[in-house]
Design a protein around this ligand. Sequence first.
Ligand SMILES: Nc1ncnc2c1ncn2[C@@H]1O[C@H](COP(=O)(O)OP(=O)(O)OP(=O)(O)O)[C@@H](O)[C@H]1O
Ligand SMILES: C[C@H](N)[C@H](N)CCCCCC(=O)O
Ligand SMILES: [Mg+2]
Length: 230
Amino acid sequence: MMLQRPHDYFVTGTDTEIGKTLVSSALLLALAQQGFSTLGMKPVAAGADLIDGVWHNEDVDALMAAASVRAAPELVAPYLMQTPAAPHIVAELENLQISGAHIQTCYQALTQQADAVIVEGVGGFCVPLNADIDTADMAQTLGLPVILVVGMRLGCINHALLTVQAIAARGLKLAGWVANTVDDTMLYPDQNLAALRARIDAPLLGQIPRLATPTAQAAAGFLNLEFLTH
Ligand SMILES: Nc1ncnc2c1ncn2[C@@H]1O[C@H](COP(=O)(O)OP(=O)(O)OP(=O)(O)O)[C@@H](O)[C@H]1O
Ligand SMILES: C[C@H](N)[C@H](N)CCCCCC(=O)O
Ligand SMILES: [Mg+2]
C-alpha cells in the first residue's frame, strides 16, 4: 500500500464551470509559496483546440502554467479529448478506453516529480467516465483527500450537500472546501455561506469573490491553507 502523501488532493466541484481549475491553480501557487514543488493533473479533459499542431485544453494549460515544475503532458493529461461534452460520450466517439489503472500509473509518476500533486476532476463528483467508472471511482482509486469547490449561486446548497454525502459514501476524506462566487447577484450571500458552514464538517479554505481578472494569483490571495486537513 502506498504511503499517504501529505500535500496531494483531488479537487471536485458542485458542477462544471464553477471554478475547479481556478481553485486548483490557486492551490498550486499557495503550496509553492509554502516551499513545496507542485504539479497539477487533469486525468480526463474534454475540449481541446489545435494550436500549432498540438491539441491544447484550457484546464491542462492553466494547471501546467501554475505548477512549479514541468512534467510530460501525457502524464498531466492522459485522456485529452477534443469535444467539450460529457466525457463518457466523447470517449466513446473518440474511441478512447478510459482506464482508472492508467490514471493511477500517471499520477504515481507525477508523485515522483513534485511534493504536491493537485488532481482536478471533471465536472461534478459523479460524472461517468465510461460504462463502468465515474470521477468518484477515480478519486477513490487515487485515494486522495478531496477539496470541494462550491460555485456560489442559487441552488448550490443542495449541490454542495449532496456532493459532501457522495464523498463520504466513497470513504474519502473531505479535507476542505472553497466558496467561489459564480453569481455575485445571488441574494443573501452571507446567509448562504453560513448555511453551508453550518452543514459542512470540513474547514472553509477561502471565499473567492467574483474577480475582474480571474487569475490563479488573484484567487490564491483568498485561500488560507492553515486549516487544510489530510
Ligand atoms: N471567482 C471568479 N471570478 C471570475 N471568474 C471566475 C471565477 N471563478 C471562475 N471564473 C471563471 O469561470 C470560468 C469557469 O471556471 P473554471 O474553468 O475554473 O471552472 P471548472 O469548474 O474548472 O470547469 P470545468 O468543469 O470545465 O473543468 C472560467 O472562465 C473562470 O476564469
Ligand atoms: C466540457 C466541460 N467543460 C467539462 N470538462 C465536462 C463536464 C461534464 C458534465 C457532465 C454532466 O454532469 O452532465
Ligand atoms: Mg476545470
